[in-house]
Design a protein around this ligand. Structure first.
Ligand SMILES: [Zn+2]
Length: 235
């Protein structure tokens, strides 16, 4: 009876691909097989001096800058991230994290070996309360699990009183961005000597990642790499 009800629900409300919205087959999970192989991969893990890495040159010293996908406005990745971010579909993050992990395991063994901790960029507390979750959490957890590296969600913290940035000039914005994050003394110790992989959903200007990386790099013997679910940075 339960199986029958499940079948009926599946018939009435067929699951669709979170990227292209085609109807999913039974063996497909969250995204269809076509999208699994055909979404715009960045392959930045195969190219150290990629355009995302170049974006940070002269701003902050990163070991690697990588992203799973290339973000194109109006494209399938935008749809995918939108569902993850605003529609509560956290299973998208889990699926993408394990897919990306599988690829990195095959193609970027050396990078993985050097990472100690995977960490999401924390959301502003008010935003997190409104949304109920950080859109990077499930991605970070399944990526970490796939790569057998620990994930840390509570180490890097976000200050509450950084207001809106849209009306500030570029320099003021940078000053403001520098005070976005903080680390407790005890947590600073935990990061010493570690290589941290910082994760954000869509990398646009890179200012947030830069601020987070800067704070971590102030600690003795730390290294930072960054990864995006997608990168919107173009030449
Ligand atoms: Zn699809």
């Amino acid at each position: 009876m339960i199986a029958y009800t499940k079948d009926l629900i599946a018939l009435l409300y067929p699951k669709t691909c979170a990227a292209c919205q085609r109807r999913l087959q039974q063996n497909e999970d969250v995204i269809c097989l076509f999208c699994e192989f055909d979404l715009p991969f960045s392959n930045y893990h195969q190219e150290a001096d990629n355009i995302l890495a170049k974006q940070f040159w002269g701003r902050v010293k990163l070991e690697e800058a990588i992203a799973f996908y290339i973000f194109v406005k109006g494209g399938r990745i935008q749809h995918l991230i939108h569902q993850l971010k605003y529609r509560g579909r956290q299973e998208i993050g889990s699926r993408l994290g394990s897919l990306y992990g599988e690829i990195l395991q095959k193609e970027a063994t050396q990078l993985i070996e050097d990472w100690d901790i995977i960490m999401p960029i924390p959301l502003h507390p008010a935003k997190k309360q409104r949304r109920g979750y950080n859109q990077c959490t499930t991605f970070v957890d399944s990526l970490a699990q796939q790569l057998a590296i620990s994930a840390a969600h509570e180490i890097l913290k976000r200050n509450i009183d950084t207001g809106t940035q849209t009306r500030l000039g570029r320099y003021q914005r940078w000053e403001n961005v520098e005070t976005i994050f903080y680390l407790d003394e005890k947590q600073k110790k935990e990061l010493e000597g570690k290589h941290i992989l910082l994760v954000d959903d869509v990398i646009t200007t890179g200012a947030t990642l830069e601020a987070a990386a800067t704070i971590i790099l102030d600690l003795p013997n730390t290294k930072v790499s960054i990864a995006g679910i997608a990168s919107a940075i173009t030449l």
